[in-house]
Structure formats: structure tokens, C-alpha cells
Design a protein around this ligand. Structure first.
Ligand code: GSH
Length: 340
């Protein structure tokens, strides 16, 4: 952890990747210089990640050689530890914990909506199939674009099952997206960011998914256009907060009602999945079978999300007693309480 983190930061990614957008917005807010390589156009001597995810950062390891590092959540914390100005994570432990809940929901649940709308709706999939390959530095003639679009669509549609989008879960995912837009719209009428006057990791997580949902993919963008004007404005602003002077955060002991409503929306859908998924992973079950929002839910178990639950529980357990009491107050009456 004491390894120096040299600047500029080096990463590969793509504009259609929510987590790439999340991290670029973090780096801009933090005023950390970076070089972004379009996926596949990294310098030839860069290492590859074991699981090649977007974004991948290239950071020196213990021996000083560059290593490929993925996963935005620990990277945000690592950069907070390495660079002390304009840190992302709230300093108040109770707010930091609420920030972790919001970030986890965005990264692990809202991404289902992103992937689902993009690839389960035919019109959206046709659009995304042609857009994604066009989001690179190489000009594409029509034959290459059509071929690449067909390849991308087939591969991504094949991955729908992996993120838990199927005919059973689709309506649950879509209804939760609409409610999230409504709850966020109400919150942004009163607060600049989720937890007050400065963005946290949760803001950047939501932003990353919403760059696509509320700005690129036709069906969910239309929903945001009709119900989420402030949301769309906020997404545009979040992209570059390099000039923002952070303001005061909310008081964790007195969370505003619109934040409680947002936490309630997140807690309505995500914790039941975390619990059912962890059970399935532990028992080696072939499928997660549960109920979410009063409706059946079925998907492949996901080992990473069992770890997410473990990390959230560890973070909760490590809270000082006074902060724990504030967190308990903030999440009381929401589905999150079932986790802790
Ligand atoms: N937990 C990771 C998730 C990253 C991730 O899932 N990235 C997606 C794209 S946004 C990905 O690379 N999928 C595999 C692929 O596109 O080949 C993070 O926070 O960075």
C-alpha cells in the first residue's frame, strides 16, 4: 500500500463502459492527470489483466513493474490513500458507509438495468451494436462496422444471463430503474450530490451507469427525458467536476427525506439479491431463486457479489458505535437493515 502511485495515471477503457466513465469522472474531480488508451490500443509492452475488465489501470507493483489492476471500488480507495487533496470518500464514518451502500448498488444492481436495456430490447441492441465499435479512434467502413456490430451484439446478448437479465427479471429491473430516476430527481431538487455538497464514490458509481442509461441507450434515455431533467443535468455536470469547490456534507444524524427515499429504493431490490446470491454461492446451487419486489427472480450465482456482501458487513462491523447508531437511523425502515 506504500507503493508510490506515479502520475499521470495510465488506464485503458472505452466510452461505452460505465466503470470507465466512473473512473474518468473521479480523476477529473480529483485533478489527477491521466492518459486514457482506447481498449486494444494500449502500448504493446503493457501487461494484461487476468480478467480483462474496463477500465484497467496500469500501476507499479512491489517490484516497480507495471501491473494491470481492475475494479473501480478499491481503486477509488487506493487513490484516496495516495493523493490527499479532494478525496472522494466522505471523512465521516457513517457517511462513508452510506456512500459504500450507494456505490455498491450502482455498480452491482444498476448495471443490470444498463446491460438489460442495452441488449434485451431489440431496437436498443441494434443501436448499441453499431455505436460501440464506432466509439474508437479507427474509422470504420460500412462492411467492417456491420460485421463488428453483429459480433458485438451476439457476444453481449449472450452475456445477458450472466448479469441476471431474462424474461422473469426484466420487469423487476425496469420498474426499479424508473423508480430510481424518480427518487433521484426528487433528491436533486434539494441537494447537489447524494450526501450533500461534494460527490462520493456512490455519486460516481451512479454517474457511470447513468452516462449510458440516461444519455445513450434509447429506451432508458427516453424515460430519463420524461422524468429526470435534473438527473440528466446532473449526469452532464458530474462528467467534469474539476472546478467544483466541495461544499458541506449532510449531517448523518439527520439524513434528508429524499436521501432516505433513495436508500429505500435501493434497499427494496438490491439487499434481497445479495442475500439470496450469497446463499446460492455458499451451497453451490446452480441458480439463485428468490423473490425481489414481490416477484420471482432467477439468475446465475455471482461469486463477486457474495464478496460485496462480505465487504459491506465487515465495513459495518468496523464502524464506531456512534456512527453505527447514525447508520442504523439512516437505513431504518429500508431493506438495507436485513443485511446487518
Ligand atoms: N467491478 C468492476 C467492473 C468492471 C466491469 O464489469 N467492466 C465491464 C465493462 S463496463 C467489462 O469490462 N466487461 C467485460 C468486457 O466488456 O469484455 C469495476 O468496478 O471496475
Amino acid at each position: 500500500m506504500t507503493t508510490e502511485t506515479p502520475l499521470p495515471l495510465l488506464l485503458s477503457g472505452a466510452p461505452g463502459s460505465p466503470y470507465t466513465r466512473k473512473m474518468l469522472a473521479v480523476l477529473r474531480y480529483r485533478r489527477l492527470p491521466y492518459r486514457l488508451f482506447y481498449r486494444g490500443r494500449e502500448p504493446a509492452d503493457f501487461p494484461s489483466a487476468k480478467v480483462p475488465l474496463l477500465p484497467t489501470f496500469y500501476l507499479p507493483g512491489e517490484d516497480g513493474a507495471l501491473q494491470a489492476v481492475t475494479d473501480s471500488t478499491p481503486l477509488i480507495r487506493r487513490f484516496d490513500a495516495s493523493f490527499l487533496d479532494r478525496r472522494v470518500r466522505p471523512t465521516d464514518p457513517a457517511l462513508a458507509f452510506l456512500d459504500s451502500l450507494i456505490e455498491d448498488y450502482a455498480d452491482e444492481w444498476l448495471t443490470k438495468a444498463m446491460f438489460h436495456y442495452r441488449w434485451a430490447h431489440e431496437a436498443d441492441a441494434t443501436f448499441a451494436g453499431r455505436l460501440l465499435p464506432s466509439w474508437g479512434p479507427a474509422p470504420l467502413d460500412e462492411a467492417t462496422l456491420s460485421q463488428t456490430a453483429a459480433y458485438f451484439s451476439e457476444r453481449q446478448i449472450g452475456r445477458l444471463a450472466y448479469v441476471g437479465s431474462n424474461p422473469t427479471t426484466g420487469p423487476v429491473i425496469e420498474d426499479s430503474y424508473v423508480r430510481l430516476i424518480e427518487a433521484l430527481e426528487a433528491h436533486l431538487a434539494a441537494q447537489p450530490f447524494l450526501l450533500g455538497g461534494a460527490p462520493g464514490a456512490g455519486d460516481f458509481g451512479l454517474f457511470g451507469q447513468l452516462t449510458q442509461l440516461a444519455g445513450v441507450d434509447p429506451t432508458p434515455t427516453e424515460i430519463a427525458r420524461s422524468k429526470g431533467h435534473r438527473v440528466m443535468g446532473w449526469v452532464g455536470m458530474m462528467e467534469d467536476l474539476s472546478g467544483l469547490e466541495p461544499g458541506a456534507m449532510i449531517d448523518a444524524a439527520a439524513p434528508p427525506p429524499t436521501l432516505k427515499a433513495l436508500l429505500a429504493e435501493m434497499g427494496r431490490v438490491y439487499p434481497p439479491l445479495l442475500i439470496a446470491n450469497a446463499k446460492a454461492v455458499m451451497s453451490g446451487a446452480a441458480m439463485v431463486e428468490t423473490e425481489i419486489d414481490g416477484r420471482p427472480w432467477t439468475q446465475n450465482p455471482f461469486t463477486y457479489q457474495a464478496k460485496c456482501l462480505k465487504w459491506l458487513r465487515e465495513e459495518y462491523a468496523a464502524l464506531p458505535a456512534a456512527s453505527k447508531a447514525q447508520v442504523d437511523g439512516a437505513i431504518s425502515g429500508t431493506g438495507w437493515t436485513t443485511l446487518f
